[in-house]
Design a protein. Sequence first.
Length: 195
Amino acid sequence: MAPVNEWKKEFAELLKLPKIVTEYASIKTIIYKTEDDDLHRNTLIGPAVINYYKNYKLKKVEYYMNNELHRPTDEGPAYISYYENGKIEYEGYWVNGKRHRLTEEGPARIKYYENGQIHFEQYWVNGKKHRLEGPTEIGYYENGQLEYEEYWVDNQRHRPPKEGPARIKYYENGKIELKMHYAYGIRYKIYDYLY
């Protein structure tokens, strides 16, 4: 059971009114801060920062704890931005101020085209681009066709030589455009351009 002072602090946070920023007589941003002026709001209650477009549609939401982007990954992304048409533009998973999502849960960073197709996905663990079982970054053309794949380990472009190149770029027709070979962040083979 939490001490009484901790309970009082959480209760006071629930009752605290946000700072509201207006522009042209409409709400632009809603911000929740602590008494110490830190961005902070219990993630179960909602985001600490909410931005709107001029047409009152949601533009961006950000979850903070103690002035750092933070939201438990099982609750969803800590940062979400939207296109004016209401579709999601970007989702980012952050824990304690670092991009983070366990690889088995999915990518920590996802960017979308305005039509809703995925533009790219990135896997991050504890603030580092990292994935052992597959590509760490996967990019797509707007039509959904694979554009590129990159392999990273501990924030360094890396793929064991017998497994293949660490970066593969594709033409829109699906054929390979180029391959780049890296081990522990060092390119060890000149680019393979395939025409």
